[in-house]
Design a protein around this ligand. Sequence first.
Ligand SMILES: Nc1nc2c(ncn2[C@@H]2O[C@H](COP(=O)(O)OP(=O)(O)OP(=O)(O)O)[C@@H](O)[C@H]2O)c(=O)[nH]1
Ligand SMILES: [Mg+2]
Length: 560
Amino acid sequence: MPVTPVAGAGLLIFAFLPDFLLWFPAFVNITEEILKRRTFAIISHPDAGKTTLTEKLLLYGGAVQLAGSVTARKNQRATTSDWMELEKKRGISISSTVLQFDYNGYRLNLLDTPGHKDFSEDTYRVLTAVDSVVMVIDAAKGIEPQTRKLFEVCRQRGVPIFTFMNKCDRPMKDPLSLVDELEHVLGIGAFPVNWPIGDGFDFRGVFDRQTSQMHLFERTVGGKFRAPVSVGGVDDPAVRGQLDDTTFNKTVEELEMLETAGEVFDDAAVLAGKSTPVFFGSASNNFGVQLLLDGFLKHAPAPKSRVMGGIEISPTNPAFSGFIFKIQANMNPKHRDRIAFVRVCSGKFERDMTVHHSRSAKKVRLSSSHKLFGNERETVDEAYPGDVIGLVGHDSFGIGDTLTTDPKILYKEIPRFTPEAFSYLHNPNTAKFKQFRQGLEQLMQEGVIQALYLRNSSIKTPLLAAVGPLQFEVVQFRLESEYGAASRLESAPWTVVRWLPVDMKEDDLDALSLPTGARLAYDIGKNPVVLFANDWSANYFGETNRNTPLSVLPVQTAKE
Ligand SMILES: Nc1nc2c(ncn2[C@@H]2O[C@H](COP(=O)(O)OP(=O)(O)OP(=O)(O)O)[C@@H](O)[C@H]2O)c(=O)[nH]1
Ligand SMILES: [Mg+2]
């Protein structure tokens, strides 16, 4: 077969390409570029250590010299990944971040995601843009609720999952029971690639089951530099001499138990999302991070085909195509503008190219394209499948839009969510009305919140709807810091919104019998909705208006 196996698992899709294609240099070039790409997200329950791990992966990737420690925030040293003002203040991730860097011949597009459920819409959108994920688990806590939900989304999409058991430097659950949880709570096969040696203060390192080598780490000051390691087999006296009898015997015993179970590493099951390779370590101490990175790159898939409306679009398709999965404004005070994040899915992107934009059905020229590294950006002239690029200067671009040189390609990847939190947002300063409106419109375009308009109401105050209440705080903070507009929140009495059939006439709406406290409203697309105080009230509506079906999302219209 003509293509050299430069990148393991990703090769599968190219193994059967006809030889004649290789006469075209452009094709060889794009194939090589695709095989080099690894595009992945880091996901988990809040606080498991995603951002810390991201920083350490950058450190090993040589992308940053000194990894900014999350705990060092007191000293004003921020992480590359949590660049937003509010993130630095709170020490949590609010928005996903894209980081592109090169390591060992690979080009990595890494997306650090927020764990908090109020920001999960952003995380779910990111999951549509990646080819695999690293799931971080706090080894003291095991599988937490948000990890479970995110895992479910990955499973539905068939995304390969790599597991990092983090915080082994603290008293942790028994490693065998952690692996067991993966199998029983998540229902996924688990293959420990390495195994922890000791835990808590006595966590010394990991045993690599594939090479039968012990990796012993030494703590470094503040975990800022790569952790030095000494490597040797189980019987290597130099390694053995560094372990006390209890730790050594326990590790050997556990390893024997794993061997007796007789499982082998199954690449196909990993690529199908049916089994997860498990790595142990401590992100903040750099323990096991390099082994995770190398193990991940060995087995993670390169970009593969996507199936849209029954059509398979291969990354090697000569037509350029991609979709917008995220929009973010004011990322960098130096550039107060708006970036649309595009996942390239097929063909080659070239700066200044003209593409078809699905929403407007117009041709647009893409002249301002960037590669991204946190809130830093650099002009990019070309990009390949797997890459995430940032496009600036297109106000008509929205989340979910397809950009392509072949108008037949249309991606419909972006999931939608039902808001569960509602609040009025007042503008206390009429002199700042313009800034207030402008900021709010921008945040709505980013998909952070949506606005609803009460029917037959003289109230001009926007009623905001979001997946979780923390988003309102983000809106307030960003309005103030990015647009200079103060605001005041007033809670609204509803917790449930349901969409009515889009073709309902005003007379039909008048004829509905609403439970006490329920209210009719419209979404931004003028679709009618009902706001309810609680689920019980929504169910009661269902019983009293049997001919009027309710849905949790607006019924898709032809425009979408
Ligand atoms: N002891 C210990 N603490 C860690 C380790 N990794 C991360 N932490 C700490 O755990 C806390 C949370 O870390 P983050 O990296 O911000 O967690 P996150 O998953 O990105 O959190 P969200 O993005 O807000 O969901 C911080 O105080 C870290 O310093 C580790 O290996 N050991
Ligand atoms: Mg984070």
